[in-house]
Design a protein around this ligand. Structure first.
Ligand SMILES: *[C@@H]1O[C@H](CO)[C@@H](O)[C@H](O)[C@H]1NC(C)=O
Ligand SMILES: *[C@@H]1O[C@H](CO)[C@@H](O)[C@H](O)[C@H]1NC(C)=O
Ligand SMILES: *[C@@H]1O[C@H](CO)[C@@H](O)[C@H](O)[C@H]1NC(C)=O
Ligand SMILES: *[C@@H]1O[C@H](CO)[C@@H](O)[C@H](O)[C@H]1NC(C)=O
Ligand SMILES: *[C@@H]1O[C@H](CO)[C@@H](O)[C@H](O)[C@H]1NC(C)=O
Ligand SMILES: *[C@@H]1O[C@H](CO)[C@@H](O)[C@H](O)[C@H]1NC(C)=O
Ligand SMILES: *[C@@H]1O[C@H](CO)[C@@H](O)[C@H](O)[C@H]1NC(C)=O
Ligand SMILES: *[C@@H]1O[C@H](CO)[C@@H](O)[C@H](O)[C@H]1NC(C)=O
Ligand SMILES: *[C@@H]1O[C@H](CO)[C@@H](O)[C@H](O)[C@H]1NC(C)=O
Length: 508
């Protein structure tokens, strides 16, 4: 139903990271202790919830203030004393800003099938949450269009993102300056020390790949296995990120057109070869005259009208991301209904809580990515770039959201894009990083996976590769959730350290 871009297991959106020179300095480490108890939302024998005090500011870890990290744990099916038990596997399913512990509660309760039996028998699955950011939902819900066509509509965006950012600073306080991915990577090390179950085994989907890469760069000697599924490349400039993300989304949309034309289960099938034109016209008309969303009007959970850009932004996460393609027919329905004046399935969510995943996601993204532009003409140039490289999807993708949300953020980007530090990467065990990406991932371009692999390959006479890259020939964002060969390659890597051959391509 009404869309929320942070939908599991479509496994979400992007964002990205790394560390400043200062934060690479060795730090004195206090003793970290985690307090475990039954979870309050759901009481299951295989699930525990815990809290861990960690420094608010990692440049002052000893005498500074602490914040509390919340984490849940799916307890391994093997006893700790058993030889089968290999340790802990930490997971971040994406976002950024997603409440991972909630997904693990659903998984532990059997409501979502995700991890394999092999993983449960060899690992405790550890699900740390991001530290919650609070903002004013009323201001959020008044977000203007991110695509503008006049200096007046640009000024509306400027005023809105200033007001929204200020509300986050008002309600979150100084924590707002410390939710960047480098800080989160330090938190993971505190968690690893508190768990005391050996070296890091990491599983990151989407944004979780950026977080995992940041951890591997900061603490290379503490890594056993790092799996990066749906690779975010945190070295890209705004322009390159816009181009690559726009083109990979466009490619997936064209794949969807082709599928819909060929498949009579698609609710837009009878459009035949006119489908791309029908789609383009619908988007243009909805931009001129937004389409009503009667379901949203009756429930109040989403916006009453929907523009063409809203439809494109929302289709990516809600319908075209699940690697099992479960959203493809539903996207046909959403388009078919929109053509007859009901765009409810593509409407923006309305937020009601002060603290939610969407707000954390924006706050993390704005500390990790420099949105370089500040003027109307620069914003227009970015829109035009999107429209040129992506004629159907027009550059309406998540990087455009960061670009639009962040240029007035009250805190400057503390963790800007850059290449991973090669002298740190050199300290990683050989082939300890497995990168997996679908050929037609709409949210993380295969080009990003290749660039990330390059960053894990040290150059020079002693240069060697710390990463192996596997391609899944197929569609959708991330690969483990497809539960096919790619998932089994990842399982074998975590459990047996089985390293796939360079250039491995899997079909599922
Ligand atoms: C890279 O890491 C090394 C430590 O391994 C550090 O000395 C150096 O300053 C770092 N370089 C940058 C650009 O941060
Ligand atoms: C913060 O937490 C650390 C580690 O748990 C602890 O050693 C330290 O005393 C705490 N600091 C404060 C100010 O509570
Ligand atoms: C925690 O949950 C387990 C089983 O789910 C139960 O046996 C135990 O009594 C609970 N402990 C507390 C302190 O509630
Ligand atoms: C932030 O707080 C100040 C002081 O309480 C208030 O004047 C201002 O309106 C608030 N701004 C937002 C955007 O909430
Ligand atoms: C839209 O759905 C209706 C009702 O199922 C169907 O009759 C019509 O052919 C569909 N439109 C297209 C373009 O496929
Ligand atoms: C800008 O877009 C809005 C909404 O589609 C439209 O009403 C307005 O006429 C456009 N303005 C210009 C200057 O094109
Ligand atoms: C509009 O679409 C939504 C989602 O498919 C559906 O639940 C609702 O009944 C439709 N409303 C109308 C008035 O057609
Ligand atoms: C690990 O290797 C053993 C022995 O070859 C095999 O039986 C098992 O299936 C492998 N585990 C995974 C998860 O691939
Ligand atoms: C992959 O290629 C690199 C050199 O590019 C080599 O060092 C490494 O051993 C190869 N890995 C495998 C599993 O073949």
């Amino acid at each position: 139903m009404p869309f929320d871009i942070l939908t599991f297991p479509a496994l979400l959106a992007l964002s990205w990271s790394a560390a400043s020179a200062a934060s690479l300095l060795p730090r004195a480490t206090p003793k970290y202790t985690i307090k475990w108890s039954n979870c309050t939302d759901v009481n299951l024998p295989n699930l525990q919830c815990g809290t861990l005090p960690v420094p608010l500011d990692w440049s002052n870890p000893i005498s500074g203030e602490n914040i509390t990290l919340f984490v849940s744990k799916i307890i391994s099916t093997s006893p700790s004393s058993s030889k089968t038990k290999l340790g802990s596997l930490m997971w971040n399913p994406g976002g950024p800003g997603v409440t991972t512990s909630l997904y693990c509660q659903l998984i532990a309760a059997g409501e979502i099938e995700f991890f394999s039996t092999a993983l449960y028998s060899h690992f405790d699955i550890i699900c740390p949450d991001p530290t919650p950011v609070k903002c004013d939902p009323k201001i959020y819900n008044q977000m203007p269009q991110l695509f503008v066509n006049s200096s007046t509509s640009f000024q509306k965006l400027v005023d809105w993102n200033k007001a929204f950012g200020e509300s986050c600073l008002n309600k979150t306080g100084k924590l707002l300056g410390h939710v960047d991915t480098t800080s989160a990577a330090h938190d993971l090390e505190a968690l690893r020390l508190a768990l005391n179950t050996g070296k890091m085994n990491w599983f990151g989907n989407s944004y979780g790949t950026q977080l995992g890469a940041a951890y591997a760069e900061l603490y290379p000697e503490n890594v056993r296995t790092v799996v990066l599924d749906g690779a975010v490349d945190h070295s890209l400039t705004e322009t390159v990120a816009t181009t690559t993300l726009s083109t990979t989304y466009e490619a997936e949309m064209i794949r969807w057109f082709e599928w819909c034309q060929a498949s009579d289960t698609c609710p837009m099938h009878s459009a035949g070869s006119t489908l791309p034109q029908v789609f383009d016209n619908l988007i243009a008309e909805a931009n001129a005259n937004p389409i009503p969303a009667p379901y949203c009007v009756s429930t109040g959970t989403c916006q009453p009208t929907v523009t063409g850009y809203d439809m494109i932004f929302n289709a990516e996460g809600a319908f075209l991301s699940d690697p099992r393609l479960t959203g493809w027919p539903a996207f046909g329905l959403a388009i078919n209904q929109s053509l007859s004046g009901n765009a409810s399935l593509l409407s923006n969510s309305i937020q009601t809580e002060t603290s939610n995943d969407a707000f954390s996601g924006i706050a993390i993204g704005c500390l990790d990515w420099v949105a370089k532009h500040a003027t109307y003409s620069e914003h227009l140039a970015l829109q035009q770039l999107g429209a040129v490289v992506a004629p159907h999807t027009l550059g309406a993708q998540q990087f455009m959201q960061y670009s639009s949300w962040c240029f007035n953020w009250p805190i400057p980007t503390v963790n800007p894009q850059r290449w991973l530090n090669q002298s740190q990467i050199a300290k990683l065990p050989a082939e300890s990083v497995l990168i997996v990406n679908a050929e037609y991932d709409p949210e993380t371009s295969y080009a990003w996976a290749q660039s990330l692999k390059d960053q894990f390959t040290t150059t020079g006479t002693n240069g060697d590769s710390k990463a192996v890259l596997v391609m899944r020939k197929g569609d959708g964002h991330t690969s483990y959730a497809a539960q096919g060969q790619a998932a089994r390659v990842m399982d074998a890597f975590w459990v047996n350290r089985t390293i796939p051959a360079n250039g491995t391509v899997v079909d599922s």
